[in-house]
Write a protein that binds this ligand. Structure first.
Ligand SMILES: [Zn+2]
Length: 223
């Protein structure tokens, strides 16, 4: 168990009790007391919380929990952040967008979608992380050691939910709460369309990065 999971430990303990033993509950229709059991089906969370619940890092190069180690990312030298433009591979093989490279990163995408990780892989890939200290000091020391090295995996820890006996049998463990994501996307689109200061994404760094990537020549800066 990791130090970050201290907030989840009481919840997981109660979930275990609900699964293993259950609690007495009253059925008003039959007027009988029965043993109520329950299982956690999945979590619904925003993207930043994804790392706390699933253990997969939602920052950096390998940000996508479904593309995992095959996440297609590119570091923007001027914007100083990663961008992720390789998700046309999840579209149907004959989807028009695959051929319309100029609307995206300049290239056509004929790749098939990667296989999303399954529970047995996750357990294997997080084996070395079980019990690792995730406190602030340990984390800083770990990042310092890791800096400069190639990232091989996005796992930060093994999710505490794997201590539930049924968790690895779930096909879908975590859902993203679309409401927050839609709001953030909409804020960015509106900020850009209305050209709001400090909110628009159309700034000189973005235009330099477009030139860097060799796409949208009509938007490159005129020096
Ligand atoms: Zn992805």
């Amino acid at each position: 168990m990791t130090s970050e999971d201290v907030y989840l430990q009481p919840l997981v303990e109660e979930l275990r009790e609900l699964w293993d033993v259950g609690v007495q509950a009253y059925d008003a229709s039959s007027k009988e007391i029965f043993q109520l059991r329950a299982a956690l089906m999945w979590t619904v969370n925003d993207f930043p919380a994804y790392v706390d619940l699933s253990g997969w890092s939602t920052k950096g190069r390998l940000v996508c929990p479904f593309c995992a180690v095959e996440t297609d990312s590119r570091y923007l030298r001027n914007g100083h952040k990663f961008c992720y433009m390789g998700h046309r591979r999840w579209l149907a093989v004959d989807h028009d967008f695959r051929e319309e490279g100029m609307l995206f990163d300049g290239s056509n995408d004929t790749r098939s979608a990667p296989e999303p990780p399954v529970a047995s892989d996750i357990i294997q890939e997080t084996e070395h992380l079980v019990g690792r200290c995730l406190g602030r000091k340990c984390q800083l020391a770990y990042n310092k050691r890791k800096r400069g090295e190639e990232y091989h995996s996005g796992w930060k820890k093994r999710s505490i939910f794997f201590t539930l006996p049924y968790w690895e049998d779930h096909k879908l463990q975590h859902n993203l709460d679309v409401m927050h994501i839609e709001k953030n996307v909409m804020d960015n689109i509106l900020g850009t369309l209305l050209n709001l200061k400090d909110q628009t994404k159309d700034n000189y760094k973005a235009r330099l990065d477009l030139a860097d990537m060799g796409i949208r020549s009509e938007l490159h800066l005129q020096r």
